[in-house]
Design a protein around this ligand. Sequence first.
Ligand SMILES: [Zn+2]
Length: 427
Amino acid sequence: MKYAFVKAAILDGSRDMEPVFGKAVIVEDGIITEIVPEAELPEGCEIIDLDGRYMLPGLINMHVHIPSSGKPKKGKTDYNKIAKLLRFGAARMVVKTMMAGLAKDQLLSGTTTIRAVGGVLNFDTELRDRILRGEKDGPRILASDYAVSVPGGHMTGSVALPANSEDEAAVMVYELSKQKVDWIKLMITGGVLDAEVPGEPGVLKMPESYIKAACSQAHELGYKVAAHVEGTEGLELALANGVDTIEHGGKPSEKSRELFRSSGAALIATISPAIPFAVMDPAVSGADEIGQINGKALMDNMIECIKACREDGIRVGLGTDTGCPFVTHYDMWRELWYFNKYIGAEPAECIWRATRLNAEIAGIDDVTGSIEPGKCADLMIVSGNPLEDLTTLREPCMVVARGKIFRDPKPRRIKAVDQALDAVMQQ
Ligand SMILES: [Zn+2]
């Protein structure tokens, strides 16, 4: 099938993008083959008239946990119970079906690629392959399946499994390679979600020797490593031992800034999960006192880390940490909005980070992330100008994923979450 998308204002995903008018984007077999003046359309195209709407590359969400919807729950989740249930085929089917639905919500919201950085069993890789084979509609998935953590470490028992020694950490990486993951994920420090005392998110949980062993094994097998880090010590040890992307970020030190520069690692900003703990009215978020203290600290440290990296020319990509409370599968646009509000970046910069730069950090910029000949037709079409107002990204009127067109896409929304987050935007 050959399409010509005409009469769009094209935002190509570059750093200082300006809308381009009067050009047609030609798509054949899922690939953008050429961009030509509208007066010079090639023969045999089905014409899709976008009537002055804005076209931009599909967003890339660098930090997703597919198995969780982001709907806030009362009380703590019993992960042991879930692990036991997952021994049964019927329970596994339920989780797989739910994950496919949630991944599709990502797609329908305009996010055409996600990097899954912590899941259960081999469900991320399996879903990735089902989508690739065309059995399910969904985003391109860069999968890591479960994350490598330590006993008592962040998310152990839910989306992470514990390594008990440096050798075991390396073996787990090897096992994950057998599952054909795309990335390795490590949990290096504590995190806000499962912290039991104030300050725990910043505490180093994974010993340096484990980090080193896991990164060496991963790099030897050709994988890049993403690592959950929310403290200074974790930041320094992660960067010194080969981690490729720091997820969230901790309070930066002179040493960590130097290590960022020398290692070439990138930072993935995730402001979204901190918002309910740090900014939202606790009566609405349900965050307890420890959660609020830790959430505020994470927010402050992460923003300092993002600003330091941005100042130093370190690549800073964007992800939402989908699956955390109040972080849904259709809200990547909010991360851009927060990056504009809290970091002071212009909308064009936010869009560039969430598209082309994210693709580069993920190592897929030869495939997606920009509107250029040779790239996959991963597109999002919105009715307003996102360079003037990022909220126009909230409800795309069309999404194109590897050439497949979704008109008037409708992800399933969680009304109470939307209302709570919209109230935060007014603050
Ligand atoms: Zn996460």
